[in-house]
Structure formats: structure tokens, C-alpha cells
Design a protein. Structure first.
Length: 332
């Protein structure tokens, strides 16, 4: 259903107009024929023309539009992945009128036209979000004037640090399952693997240790001095933000591109890089911009990598999942 639904939902307006004109012409041609079938077919063509005009030229541009979730960047809130035979891609309805009466708010899940920087990174990455994907969907984490920084999560095991990637490698090897099927989140009460809290014995087995001393340090986002409670994310973040030049990520070509985009955002006033009294660096979001991130924090190309989104690019707020049937729900 995904390709057909996406194609129909995103028919360009000029194609819709042509189809409507053809249907109207067909209607008049059929009325010239003196038969009950022709009359019935003419009424059907007229109804289709009116329905297309209403849906594609009135409702879609101004009120509600359907969108397809192509990637895993918003999981577990919105599904979009292919794991072997498991293919789950949510189809959602988006409210296109809400931001005509109010500004984007914290926690809103928004659909927007991808900035050029986002397409540039996706083309270089060629995995998470491909350049052909012009519409992105993310969660608003900060708005104009908000101050933001991110701390990554990690474990201390007998004095040895384990970030999430390193622990995933240990779990995958011990359980003999693909790393991409493992999600790890550090919380204040322990380590959660694929949604289940791991026991101390399990963690000891994964790490090949006996009765290790384990200290859990969850990653978190701080906005305006307050640590955010984000129950909707898949994993706590792997990387700190704002960027600094000390992490391995920046040894890659993509990392150099990210550094360039970050500096451009500072120079253009989209972000303001500052430091608090304790020496902690943070960014302040510029006028008319929002800072967006995927709920699947470690598998999302978002504002951390290509900068904030101008409000003019936002098309609407995610409203409702209407397909697959077993996932019908309001989007929160």
C-alpha cells in the first residue's frame, strides 16, 4: 500500500487539474449518449471531479494531508523500518492549518520541507534519509530563544566506561543477534535493552565480568536549565551537543560537513553559541527558527547535524496514524 498511497497523496496540483478537466470533458461527452449506462457513468465522472477538487485543491493545501514515514528516525513514536521480513511504515494525517493560528510548541511533531543542508548530509550519508525525501518529520525540542545542550549517556563498569555502542556490541556478541535489532537506553534505575530492564547478572555476562560495580549515567537534553523528561525516545543520545572537535565523529567527511553547517548556523544567526557561568556551552535558538530532533536519537539526521528549521518551512503538525490498521492512534 505504501507506494500507491504515497503517489496518490502527493499528486502535483497540475496533474490533479488535468485529471479534473478530463473527467469533466468525459462527463459532457457521456451525456450526449442516450443510454442509462452513459448517464450513470457521467454522474460518476462528475462526482470524481468534484471529490478530487475538494480533496486536492482545498483540503490538502489548507487543512489535512497524508504523509508516509520512510525511515526509523521517529521510532518508537512513528514506525518506518525494514528489518528482514518485517516492514512497518506508518501513514499519518497532518494538520496543515494549526500553524496559521499559533506558533510551533515544545513537543510538537512537525512535517517540514527539508533545508538544503539536510539534503546535503543525507546525500553524503546515503542511508538514513535519502535526498529524494523532501519532506522530513521530527519533534520540536526548542523554539526561538530557548537555550539547549545535550549530554550523552554511558556506563561506568569497574572504572571502565561503556557508551551505548560498545554495550550493543557486547550484547550482540553474547546473544548472537544483529546489532541493529538492539536498542539500549540508560535510565536512572538501570539499563533497558529492547524495553526490558537488564539485571546485574545479565550485564555482568555481557561484559564478561564477575560481580562488577556498575554506575549508570543516562544521557539527557537540557532546555533553559531544566533536564527534559522524554519518555518517548528510543535511546538516550550517544553524542554531546553543541559540537566540539574532540569526538571521533568529526574525523569523517560527514563530520566535517556537520562542523561547517554548525558554524554557518552560528554566523547566520540561526543559532547563538554561548557559555554559562559553569563553563557549559549551549546554543540559543535564533528568531523564527525551531530546533528539531528525531525520537530515535541515535538514528536521526536532524537539527544537531544540519541546523534549526525556519518556521516558514513547516507544513503542519502530525495528527493521526491511519495505517497500518493495528497502529491506528493519535500522535503524541
Amino acid at each position: 500500500m505504501s507506494s500507491a498511497t504515497e503517489w496518490i497523496a502527493n499528486l502535483p496540483w497540475h496533474t490533479v487539474v488535468i485529471v479534473i478537466i478530463v473527467l469533466i470533458g468525459l462527463r459532457f461527452a457521456l451525456l450526449r449518449l442516450d443510454s442509462a449506462f452513459a448517464k450513470s457513468a457521467a454522474e460518476t465522472a462528475e462526482s470524481l471531479a468534484l471529490a478530487m477538487g475538494l480533496v486536492f485543491l482545498v483540503i490538502r493545501p489548507f487543512f489535512v494531508q497524508a504523509f508516509y514515514i520512510p525511515t526509523q528516525s521517529m521510532e518508537p513514536t512513528l514506525m518506518g523500518h525494514n528489518y528482514g521480513y518485517e516492514r512497518i511504515h506508518d501513514h499519518i494525517l497532518v494538520n496543515k492549518s494549526v500553524y496559521r493560528i499559533r506558533e510551533p510548541r515544545h513537543g510538537d511533531i512537525v512535517v517540514f520541507k527539508a533545508p538544503p543542508e539536510a539534503l546535503g548530509i543525507s546525500a553524503d550519508l546515503s542511508s538514513d534519509e535519502m535526498p529524494k525525501q523532501m519532506d522530513y518529520i521530527k519533534r520540536v525540542v526548542a523554539v526561538e530563544g530557548d537555550k539547549l545542550y545535550i549530554k550523552p549517556g554511558y556506563l561506568i563498569v569497574d572504572g571502565d566506561m561503556y557508551d551505548r555502542v560498545r554495550l550493543i556490541q557486547q550484547v550482540a556478541q553474547y546473544e548472537s543477534i544483529p546489532p541493529e535489532k538492539i536498542r539500549i537506553r540508560y535510565k536512572s534505575d538501570g539499563v533497558y535493552i529492547n524495553g526490558l530492564r537488564a539485571t546485574d547478572e545479565q550485564l555482568a555476562n555481557y561484559m564478561g565480568r564477575v560481580n562488577p560495580k556498575i554506575e549508570v549515567n543516562p544521557g539527557y537534553v537540557v532546555r533553559n536549565g531544566v533536564k527534559l523528561d522524554e519518555p518517548y525516545i528510543a535511546e538516550d543520545p550517544d553524542l554531546p551537543y553543541p559540537w566540539n572537535g574532540t569526538i571521533d565523529f568529526f574525523d569523517s567527511d560527514r563530520g566535517n560537513m556537520v562542523k561547517e553547517f554548525f558554524q554557518d548556523a552560528i554566523n547566520d544567526g540561526k543559532l547563538h553559541l554561548k557559555q554559562d557561568k559553569d563553563g557549559q556551552e549551549y546554543v540559543e535558538v535564533g528568531k523564527d527558527y525551531v530546533f528539531v530532533m528525531g525520537d530515535n536519537r541515535n538514528h536521526s539526521s536532524d537539527s544537531r547535524f544540519w541546523g534549526p528549521v525556519h518556521e516558514d518551512r513547516i507544513q503542519g503538525r502530525a495528527l493521526f496514524v491511519f495505517w497500518p490498521i493495528n497502529r491506528i492512534h493519535w500522535v503524541r
